[in-house]
Design a binder for this molecule. Sequence first.
Ligand code: GAR
Length: 218
Amino acid sequence: MTNRLKVGVVISGRGSNLQALLDACTDPAYPAEIVRVISNNPDVEGLRRAERAGVATETINHRAFENRESFERSLSDAMEAAGVELICHAGFMRIVTGDYLSKWHNRLINIHPSLLPAFPGLNTHKKALDAGVKLHGCTVHYVREEVDVGPIIGQAAVPVLDGDSEDSLADRVLTAEHKLYPLCLRLVAEGRVLVDGDRAIVKYAGPFDPNILLSPAS
Ligand code: GAR
């Protein structure tokens, strides 16, 4: 496909969601391509995944900057220099603020391991187990100033089973994340997602429902 949306991915570590996006982009009919992967941590598995896929990588270590603002400016400039049109945060474990958010407004999406607005922040699987919810999952959303808040593009739910540990639940959610993120990126790249105030309206009539309920086996 010509005119694929140029995507930059920001990671902090393992990069399994990045891998799901890289895999989706190997299909020539997929409407997005990853042109740059940036990690705030050096030497992480996600950077190696990008290199294996032939995607240019960069480490921008937040510890080397005086403050959040200068780190974010460097990240933003690097994405712009790479010709990035949309940024995907994929396991990027830093809060973003200010000019970065304004510059990439409605061009910056994130995946979060819970069914937002339930369980923002860290330790979402523990929070879900402690709350005794029977459904848990993941959300892809546009990024806003408030952490883990922003127009929701898609969600995938998984059951919470008797005897689940944080790890078993995290694994089940992660499997759902790997399906949801490529689907949501596709919808955005195809121009099917319209942001209307606090909500994202998804125009889609394909075989997949972006708010699909995924069973553990699917
Ligand atoms: C994923 O579960 C992602 O949803 C979560 O971190 C994990 C990263 O895994 N992100 C956040 O918690 C963001 N606040 P990955 O590096 O293998 O994609």
